[in-house]
Design a protein around this ligand. Structure first.
Ligand SMILES: [Zn+2]
Length: 375
C-alpha cells in the first residue's frame, strides 16, 4: 500500500496510506467512493466519518457513510481530495503547538459552550479547534469513540454514533496535563444525546443470532405489525423494533423487506431509504434485507407479473443508489441462487428479474475502474 507522510512538509515517522478514489455510477448518481477511508482515518486516529464529512462540507457535496463505504456525491479528482485531506489534517489532527499528529480530540464544556481541542501525546499541549468550521457541529454530535480493539470493520455510524463515550484517555494517560480545561462534573463515561439523530442511535447493538422464526417470535410480531401498519412513520417502526427488543438484529430486515412493502414496491422503496439506511448496518443486514425482498417478490400473488416487468431491477437500483446495498453483496447475491428464503425455482426467477440491474452494475464497475485515479 502506498504511503505518504501525514505532514507534507517534513519527513518523519508518521505515515498514512495514500487516499484512493473510485468514481461509481453515472449521470445524477455519479459519486466518488473512498475505498481506503478507514485505513487513512485509522492512521490519523480519527473516525472515517470526520474526513468524509469534511470533504462534503468543503466541496458542498452530500456524503453517504453506510456499510463501511465512504462516499462523496459527484465526481471528484483524487488529487483534490488529497489536498483537502491535508487541510483536514492541519485543522483537526496536527497539534497546533508541535505539529505532531498523535493527538486526540477531546470535547469540553456543555451546551453552547462546548469546545473541541486536540490533546497532544507528544508535548501535552491542548490546542483549540476553530469552532467556526462546520465540521465541528458534526464532531460534537458524533464525538470520537475510543477505538475498540479487534472491531475493525464496524460501520461509520458505529464509529461515530453508537453509545457516546467521551474520550477520557487524555486525562487518564496525560499525567500532569490533567483536565483543568474540563469544566464538566466528574468524569462521565457516557453522555446521552438521544434526542439527536434518533433514527440511527441505538440501532447498532451487537448482532446476536437467534433462531426463532415462528409467528410469536419478535420477528414474527414485527412482520405482522408491519403488514397492519404499512403507513407507519420511520420513527414508529423504529420504536416498534425497540419495543420488541430486536434493535440491531439483522433478522428484522427480513421482515422489513418482506412485510413493509406491497406489489407497488418499486415506488414505495424510495420513501423508506432513510429507514433502511439506519437499519442496514452490516453485510449480514444487507443479505437479510435481500432475503426479505426475495420473499416479497416471489410469494406475492402477482409475482409473475411483478418479476416480468423488472421490479427487482428497479428496487435494487434504488437501494444501490442510496448506498443501502453495496456492489459486492449485490453481485454475490445475483450469482448465487439460494433456497434459504424461497424455493430454488423462485429464487432463480427473482434473480432473473434483476438481470438488467446486475448487468448495469457490472458495466458501471468496468467504467469506474478505467476512470479511477490510482497513481
Ligand atoms: Zn504537541
Amino acid at each position: 500500500m502506498a504511503t505518504v507522510n501525514i505532514r507534507r512538509d517534513v519527513e518523519d515517522k508518521f505515515y498514512m496510506p495514500v487516499l484512493e478514489t473510485k468514481i461509481e455510477g453515472r449521470g445524477n448518481g455519479i459519486k466518488t467512493v473512498v475505498p481506503n477511508m478507514e485505513d487513512v482515518a485509522r492512521a490519523l486516529n480519527r473516525p472515517p466519518s470526520f474526513p468524509t464529512k469534511f470533504f462534503g462540507s468543503e466541496l458542498g457535496a452530500q456524503t453517504t457513510m453506510a456499510n463501511e463505504r465512504y462516499i462523496v456525491n459527484g465526481a471528484h479528482q483524487a488529487d483534490r481530495l488529497r489536498e483537502l485531506l491535508d487541510v483536514f489534517i492541519v485543522k483537526f489532527v496536527l497539534c497546533a503547538s508541535c505539529k505532531n499528529p498523535e493527538t486526540e480530540l477531546v470535547i469540553t464544556g456543555r451546551g453552547n459552550s462546548e469546545k473541541i481541542h486536540r490533546d497532544c501525546k507528544a508535548c501535552g499541549a491542548h490546542t483549540d479547534i476553530d469552532m467556526r468550521h462546520k465540521l465541528t457541529t458534526f464532531i460534537l454530535k458524533n464525538p470520537p469513540k475510543k477505538e475498540k480493539k479487534g472491531k475493525k470493520g464496524m460501520t461509520a455510524e458505529a464509529n461515530v454514533g453508537g453509545p457516546m463515550v467521551l474520550q477520557e484517555n487524555a486525562v487518564n494517560g496525560g499525567g500532569a496535563a490533567g483536565s483543568n480545561e474540563d469544566d464538566s462534573p466528574a468524569p462521565t463515561p457516557s453522555r446521552s444525546k438521544s434526542t439527536d439523530d434518533s433514527l440511527t442511535k441505538g440501532l447498532k447493538d451487537l448482532d446476536v443470532d437467534d433462531d426463532e422464526d415462528d409467528a410469536n417470535s419478535p420477528y414474527g410480531q414485527l412482520g405482522t405489525w408491519l403488514e397492519e401498519n404499512r403507513s407507519a412513520s420511520d420513527a414508529d417502526i423504529i420504536a416498534k423494533i425497540k419495543e420488541l427488543e430486536i434493535v440491531g438484529k439483522h433478522k428484522a430486515l427480513i421482515e422489513i423487506g418482506h412485510k413493509l412493502f406491497t406489489d407497488n414496491i418499486a415506488a414505495e422503496v424510495g420513501t423508506r431509504t432513510a429507514l433502511l439506511q439506519a437499519l442496514v448496518t452490516s453485510e449480514k443486514h444487507q443479505k437479510s434485507l435481500l432475503g426479505g425482498l426475495e420473499r416479497l417478490l416471489a410469494l406475492s400473488p402477482d409475482s409473475d407479473e411483478l418479476l416480468a416487468k423488472g421490479t427487482t431491477s428497479k428496487v435494487l437500483m434504488a437501494l444501490y443508489q442510496e448506498d443501502i446495498l453495496d456492489e459486492e453483496v449485490l453481485t454475490n447475491w445475483g450469482t448465487h441462487v439460494s433456497k434459504k428464503y424461497v424455493d430454488k425455482e423462485k429464487s432463480k426467477k427473482v434473480r432473473k428479474s434483476a438481470d438488467a440491474f446486475l448487468k448495469w452494475l457490472e458495466e458501471a464497475d468496468d467504467e469506474s475502474e478505467e476512470e479511477s485515479d490510482d497513481e
